[in-house]
Design a protein around this ligand. Structure first.
Ligand SMILES: Nc1ncnc2c1ncn2[C@@H]1O[C@H](COP(=O)(O)OP(=O)(O)OP(=O)(O)O)[C@@H](O)[C@H]1O
Ligand SMILES: [Mg+2]
Length: 230
């Protein structure tokens, strides 16, 4: 899926997202045009329902725009086949959401290892990398714990480690600490910024916390379907 190549990591061109709701047509994103350079951290804010998660879903290829184009890392994401999208998501994108979606019957180590195995990594190499990542997020003593035997902050740290397993060039974080207390939020946030900087990844971070958004190099606000510089 070698779509139009761009120098930017992410580019949206005239993107609309609309939903039909009974007789009414809801316009969630309206003619959004946006470029994000490689290695940039971007904080995204906006009222509930303003389309923040929709925007991330369009970039990760989980959703398609009503019209317009989405490019990411040289891929024409909005017009890719399902097979190409699976490969793109596996190799280029890490996702961390408000609710961690860890597999509940798998240990922390297994959860982190899995994306590596799915991507074709050798079992030993995948385990080693997963171990290093768990160590990096301070959970070397929790490898064998299933999610039910981890605290909320620990689960989010496992989710962060899992998102970084395949060294994605892009980390999409949708209120990754929205579910945590103040202390745990700070720990997970600090780790996220540290790890993103270490590998020079691009970060798109959706948050209701203005201070957190301000820690990013760039801040955007979604309002009435449009993206404004915050
Ligand atoms: N499948 C759908 N059908 C109709 N409307 C939808 C659908 N999915 C989302 N919407 C609407 O799109 C709007 C944007 O949703 P989105 O999840 O992107 O908001 P958000 O900015 O992430 O909000 P929050 O801060 O509450 O997470 C909402 O008003 C929602 O009701
Ligand atoms: Mg949302």
């Amino acid at each position: 899926m070698n779509g139009k190549q761009t120098d930017s990591h992410i580019r949206l061109d005239g993107v609309y997202k609309q939903y039909q709701s009974g007789a009414e047509r809801l316009t969630i994103l309206q003619d959004v045009t946006l470029s994000v350079d490689y290695g940039t951290t971007v904080g995204i804010t906006g009222e509930s329902g303003s389309g923040k998660s929709t925007l991330l879903n369009l970039i990760s290829g989980l959703d398609v725009p009503s019209s317009g184009s989405v490019y990411c890392d040289g891929h024409h994401v909005s017009h890719a086949s399902e097979t190409d999208l699976t490969e793109y998501r596996r190799s280029s994108v890490g996702l961390v959401y408000q609710f961690h979606y860890l597999l509940r019957d798998f240990t922390a180590l297994e959860n982190v290892t899995l994306p590596g195995r799915v991507a074709g990594m050798d079992v030993h190499a995948a385990r080693e990398r997963a171990r290093r990542l768990l160590h990096r997020v301070g959970l070397q003593d929790r490898e064998d714990h299933e999610p039910s035997r981890l605290s909320g902050g620990e689960r989010q740290r496992v989710a962060l480690a899992r998102a970084l397993m395949n060294s994605p060039r892009l980390l999409l974080a949708d209120e990754p600490t929205g579910n945590l207390d103040e202390n745990n939020s700070r720990t997970v946030e600090a780790l996220m910024f540290e790890l993103v900087e270490e590998v020079g990844a691009t970060l798109l971070l959706v948050t209701h916390d203005q201070d957190l958004a301000q820690r990013c190099a760039r801040t955007l606000k979604l309002s009435h379907g449009r993206v404004e510089t915050a």
